[in-house]
Design a protein around this ligand. Structure first.
Ligand code: V47
Ligand code: SF4
Length: 358
């Protein structure tokens, strides 16, 4: 079997690594060296740039049909802490940001049995009427699969309906860990990896781009993380529609898996670097600062990340409910520029599709 040095040499020559090589690197390469390789590969794709956008989230409801064990956000209908915003309330949130310079709204909630795909298409249409320049990035593959199936539409018909209403992009959630062993243990109702990929495949073929995530740091093995990354790489070969990969660190507060605790920052950095090294066909690796916290997000910029998501404007609760320190997440453009400059890099504003702005 090849040595760590040989594998690193191959990665730096732009050669694609297989599962066995990935495992050796993951388990045996020193962290500083993984950081160096990931930084170099990042530099070849995006130079000294770190991308961000001006965005906010809309979370229509946290009432969810499913009960994923890692989720701190979901509630049953009527339970304390449950919310379900009306369309008027959601439009008021958008209206309040009309002059904010935001270019993207990220919409994600629970698997909602109260509303159908036609309601969500209307929501998107009304949001676009309120703020026509806003790009709508909406609903995880899990929410989409549910609403499309309920309406008895094909994936293509359902996605086309939402696209015509104004949905331009799909966030990366719902991927968790693709390996069936883990999926069955942590989110048995969520549907298979194949269903997640079928949705993204259909979206890409309709010209809707998307992201991919991985929820790591709980019961999955390193082999299962590698399997997850390689499945994304294979899909990208087929359709090329993933803009970014986002590793999501399992945050342990207030959910049914809390006893597991959280993985280390060094594991976060190793996971980022390995994502950059293995996903040679996904252009952007996002360090989602709301989930890591600002300090780890800054460190991530030296481990292959070239995107930190956006300004957020205190609009999401998913991570504060799961234990993230920032209970009112918000970063100004100046904060983002300062963070990137401290890492020796340059903040560049982008839109959802990674076109540079300004
Ligand atoms: O699918 C839920 C994760 C995801 C926890 O595409 C948790 O730009 C950690 O996908 N600890 C939804 N993670 C969020 C998401 C996302 C976030 C930011 C940017 C983008 C993008 C997508 O949140 C879920 C799940 O994997 N999640 N609970 C938790 N306790
Ligand atoms: Fe529902 Fe999503 Fe939470 Fe799972 S992760 S329980 S699908 S809100």
């Amino acid at each position: 079997m090849a040595s760590v040095e040989k594998i690193i040499e191959r990665a730096l020559q732009g050669e694609r690594l297989g599962a066995e090589e990935a495992l050796l690197l993951w388990q045996e390469a020193p962290l500083w060296q993984l950081g160096q390789v990931a930084c170099e590969l990042k530099r070849r794709v995006s130079g000294d740039k770190v991308f961000y956008n001006r965005n906010f989230h809309v979370e229509p409801t946290n009432v969810c049909l499913f009960e994923c064990k890692f989720c701190s956000y979901r509630r049953s209908k009527g339970e304390e802490g449950a919310w379900a915003h009306s369309l008027e309330e959601i439009l008021a949130e958008v209206e309040a940001r009309r002059d904010s310079g935001a270019t993207e709204v990220h919409i994600v909630g629970g698997v909602d049995v109260e509303h159908d795909i036609y309601y969500y298409a209307e929501m998107i249409r009304r949001i676009k009427q309120t703020m026509p320049t806003l790009c709508v990035k909406a609903f995880t593959a899990v929410e989409l699969n549910y609403m499309i199936k309920q309406a008895e539409l094909s994936l293509e018909e359902g996605l086309r309906l939402l696209k015509e209403a104004g949905m331009e992009s799909i966030p990366g959630g719902g991927a968790e860990i693709f390996a069936p062993r883990v999926r069955m243990a942590i989110c048995p109702q969520k549907g298979s990896a194949e269903e997640w990929f079928a949705l993204h495949d259909a979206a890409h073929r309709l010209g809707i781009d998307s992201n991919a995530t991985m929820l790591y740091g709980h019961i999955e093995s390193v082999e299962e993380r590698i399997d997850h990354l390689l499945r994304i790489r294979r899909q990208q070969e087929l359709t090329g529609g993933f803009n970014a990969f986002i590793p999501l660190k399992y945050r342990s507060a207030h959910n049914a898996m809390s006893a597991l605790g959280e993985t280390s920052v060094t594991d976060d950095l190793r996971t980022l670097a390995m994502s950059r090294i293995l996903l040679d066909n996904v252009p952007h690796i996002k360090a989602y600062w709301v989930m890591y916290g600002k300090q780890v997000a800054e460190l991530a910029l030296s481990f292959g990340a070239d995107d930190i998501d956006g300004t957020i404007d205190d609009s999401t609760r998913i991570y504060s409910m799961a234990g993230a320190a920032d209970t009112r997440p918000r970063m100004s453009v100046e904060d983002i520029e300062r963070m990137c400059a401290t890492a020796g890099l340059r903040a560049v504003e982008r839109d959802t599709h990674y076109n540079e702005i300004g």
